[in-house]
Design a protein around this ligand. Structure first.
Ligand SMILES: Nc1ncnc2c1ncn2[C@@H]1O[C@H](COP(=O)(O)OP(=O)(O)O)[C@@H](O)[C@H]1O
Ligand SMILES: [Mg+2]
Length: 343
């Protein structure tokens, strides 16, 4: 047996909004990046759990101290709870993938973890520490790089990963990207949610809905450009169920993403050597949950028209693109790239 064959290989995408895991044994799991601890003894008695994850945590949030530890793409410095939440989340993902069983029976596990570019810059050390004792070998990379790796877009390509907390850009130059190959914007899905929430609040002052509901509406009805039809939702206004038209608010909130993302994309393309710029423009990859907004890819293509045009392809599987890329890298990585972790 080769050295590699003795290892279970794992790709993890640790996201602000969702985190996914895939393994060389064929497991694919995703969980919303929420971690919640029961606030008191009553909550603990009802929930019968020490910690809850994902939708389970969101649904029971009144009884929990809920953390979304990678919010804004940063592992917030100084918060022990966020630090603990990261470890719980990683450990939960590995549980879902059957990793503890593999290690108990003597198998070795190697993981590539993709994190938002900003978290990689600021807090790689925290992610590393959170993995201690959970796996045997580790590589931490930026999420857009993992996406590029998984699509084999390693040379003269750019990944635009529009997630929840941040939009991350990464130009691929046929090697591990450096600081100057990457950019991060805080204009991303959460920012759209906040705007939609504010716009709707202004228009319907008596409305009472949570940001979670507003996000659900966005995910169902988002678009940039021409409206696919009238968007109506039903909400309580001053306690009375009412049907409202939110087409304009959805359009305005989603379209606000266009200009800052296009500007940063063009700027990063222009910062590269001129003989490669044309190639990069023809090879833009739109990834992340917000890549599902209909019309987004076309918007970015149009933004490249004055510069000689370009092509944007939208990843087929935004939920797993990062984790799949991590697994692909795990399969290729030589022994020397792996960091050995203490137990
Ligand atoms: N169908 C959809 N239309 C518009 N936005 C979506 C859709 N599905 C998911 N999103 C948004 O994508 C974002 C999450 O993207 P994701 O790549 O999972 O983020 P992260 O990597 O930061 O966790 C959220 O803002 C979510 O609301
Ligand atoms: Mg992501």
């Amino acid at each position: 047996m080769t050295e590699k064959a003795q290892h279970l290989l794992v790709g993890i995408d640790l996201g602000t909004s969702q985190s996914a895991i895939v393994t060389s044994a064929g497991v694919r799991k995703v969980v919303d990046s929420y971690v919640g601890w029961p606030v008191d003894a009553v909550a603990r008695k009802i929930l019968k759990k020490e910690v809850l994850f994902g939708q389970d945590a969101v649904e029971n949030r009144t009884m929990l101290e809920v953390h979304r530890p990678l919010e804004r793409g940063l592992l917030k410095e100084g918060s022990d709870k966020d630090q603990q939440a990261i470890r719980e989340l990683l450990s939960h993902l590995l549980d879902l993938a059957g990793v503890p069983e593999v290690r108990k029976s003597g198998g070795k596990v190697r993981a590539v973890v993709g994190v938002p570019a900003e978290a990689l810059r600021v807090n790689k050390q925290h992610v590393r520490k959170a993995m201690h004792g959970l796996v045997d070998g580790l590589i931490i990379v930026s999420e857009p790089f993992a996406v590029a790796y998984g699509l084999d877009a390693l040379l003269h390509a750019m990944v635009v990963d529009v997630g929840a907390g941040t939009t991350d850009f990464c130009v691929m130059k046929g090697r591990y990207p450096t600081e100057e190959d990457q950019r991060t914007l805080i204009n991303a899905g959460d920012w759209v949610d906040d705007q939609l929430f504010t716009l709707l609040g202004e228009r319907h002052p008596g409305m009472s809905v949570s940001i979670h509901t507003v996000r659900d509406w966005k995910e169902k009805h988002s678009f940039i450009g021409k409206a696919p039809g009238k968007v109506t939702v039903s909400i309580p206004i001053e306690g009375k169920p009412s049907e409202i038209d939110i087409t304009d608010e959805i359009k305005q909130a989603c379209e606000s993403l266009g200009p800052p993302v296009a500007e940063a994309m063009l700027d990063l393309i222009a910062s590269g050597e001129s003989e490669y710029q044309e190639k990069v423009r023809q090879n833009i990859i739109l990834a992340g949950g917000c890549s599902r907004i209909p019309g987004f890819g076309q918007y970015l293509e149009k933004a490249m028209d004055p510069f000689g045009g370009g092509k944007v392809r939208v990843v087929k599987d935004p939920v797993y693109a990062g984790a799949n890329g991590g697994l692909a890298l795990a399969e290729d990585a030589p022994k020397s790239d792996w960091e050995k972790l203490p137990d």
